[in-house]
Write a protein that binds this ligand. Structure first.
Ligand code: AMP
Length: 418
């Protein structure tokens, strides 16, 4: 067998690539309406950018990062997510010196060594946003609304917005202690990772992919009983703003998210479907109060989310939302002899300069095979030039839909097609 792509990666060819581009273009347009500007950062970072911020005991850091030593002996990681990398750039470029809040969006590939399954890849693309600056629960609601609206604006219907508050660090420390005690009696029956998690970070047991759905997890103490008054009030305000916006959501007390940096508000949009995508998140995000301080002693809170483009594409394909994608050629030019071919080349270039998609056959002279090509390209018009047309500066134009056929001057071709 010849060369094969790396497991968990994909090639996007033609229409598939067009779909991915369309999704990100639409998202970028919505982001601009919400006041975001684009940021492009490298796909690799120094490993420590992710280790502390994403969390030393998270699955992402312990098992999923593509980390290697470069030729200078530095530890480099292909970014597994955007938030920590954007935070690094925000700090390094001293964006905190600017007035007001900073709203940034990014799009690009992420890398995680995850178990391959439907909708889960080792290289996948995220469209993500981050907002830095002091702002209250109204911003959280606005950002959640934005994430939800991104899906809706693309036509995706079957998703549920789940929200939760995971409180501040002190609430979570108390909760961790309670979970340690609660799981202490039964941890022997859990997976090997959970056995380590009970000491390192018991919250992780709640979103373990292996032990998911177990009674003990479902009946575990709820984080909501450990939130302090400030976090409760904050979350109530977020819900109030969402209610005001008329956005449907479900409060899911088991939603803790797989990355350590979150504080208070977290949210996900979950896929409802009759296949293996059911239950997967398409959007995930939340507030992170301490990341910038922990990384660079800058006391600015952040909030953000990321949406997976491959999952969006799968959902849109399932719901037939690409069916109107018009990829057809507008004009196919046929030259029936060597000299007429030269004319078709010139005309094709004139059409393209005017933004008209024009294609031609470079080699074949036979009408039959050129008609076949035109059919394969789904051409709306076929412009035929043989000796007679060439000598009279004319073109024989056939509308493939109505079958109407006319002869017009070559100079009028653009005007006619437009
Ligand atoms: P996360 O960064 O884990 O919060 O993920 C945010 C979003 O990225 C998810 O809701 C998915 O849409 C997407 N995503 C995360 N991991 C993968 C993956 N391995 N393959 C495809 N999409 C992913």
């Amino acid at each position: 067998m010849g060369y094969q792509k790396v497991k968990g990666t994909q090639d996007f060819i033609g229409l598939d690539a067009q779909k991915m581009r369309l999704i990100q273009d639409k998202m970028a347009n919505v982001a601009r309406c919400y006041g975001f500007e684009e940021i492009v950062t490298p796909i690799m970072e120094n490993t420590e950018v992710f280790v502390k911020s994403v969390g030393e005991t998270t699955d992402v850091v312990t098992k999923e990062m593509y980390t290697f030593l470069d030729k200078g002996g530095r530890s480099i990681t292909l970014r597994p997510e955007g938030t920590a990398a954007i935070a690094r750039s925000y700090l390094e470029n001293k964006m905190y010196g600017e007035a007001g809040i900073k709203k940034l969006y990014y799009v690009g590939p992420m890398f995680r060594y995850e178990r391959q399954q439907a909708g889960r890849y080792r290289q996948f693309n995220q469209f993500g946003v981050e907002v830095y600056g002091k702002a209250g629960p109204m911003l959280d609601a606005d950002l959640i609304a934005f994430g939800y609206y991104l899906c809706k604006s693309l036509g995706i219907k079957n998703i549920t917005l789940k929200i939760n508050s995971i409180g501040d660090s002190s609430s979570r420390n108390n909760y961790s202690k309670a979970l340690k005690e609660y799981f202490g009696g039964c941890i022997d029956t859990f997976c090997e990772d959970c056995k380590k998690r009970i000491n390192a970070n018991p919250l992780r047991i709640l979103d373990c992919k292996v032990d998911a759905g177990r009674e003990e997890i479902l009946n575990a103490p709820k984080l909501s009983s450990f939130l302090n008054q400030e976090s409760i009030d904050y979350f109530n305000e977020v819900k109030k703003y969402l209610d005001n916006l008329g956005i449907d959501y479900v409060v899911d007390e088991n939603l803790v998210r797989g990355l350590d940096y979150y504080t208070d508000t977290v949210f996900e949009c979950i896929i409802n479907s009759d296949d293996e995508l059911n239950g997967l998140a398409v959007v995930g995000g939340g507030r992170y109060a301490n990341m910038l301080y922990d990384m660079g002693k800058v006391d600015v809170p952040g909030i953000g989310f990321a949406i997976g483009l491959e999952r969006v594409k799968l959902l849109m394909e399932k719901e037939g939302l690409f069916d109107n994608l018009d990829n057809s050629t507008e004009v196919f030019l046929m030259g029936l002899d060597e000299e007429s071919k030269v004319v078709t080349l010139n005309l094709a270039n004139k059409l393209r300069e005017k933004g008209i998609k024009a294609e031609l056959d470079y080699a074949s002279m036979s009408m039959k095979s050129q008609f076949k090509t035109a059919e394969r390209l789904n051409a709306k018009y076929i412009a035929i030039i043989g000796e007679e047309e060439r000598l009279n500066n004319k073109v024989n134009l056939k509308n493939t839909l109505t079958k109407e056929q006319i002869t017009i001057s070559q100079d009028d071709l653009i005007k006619y097609i437009k």
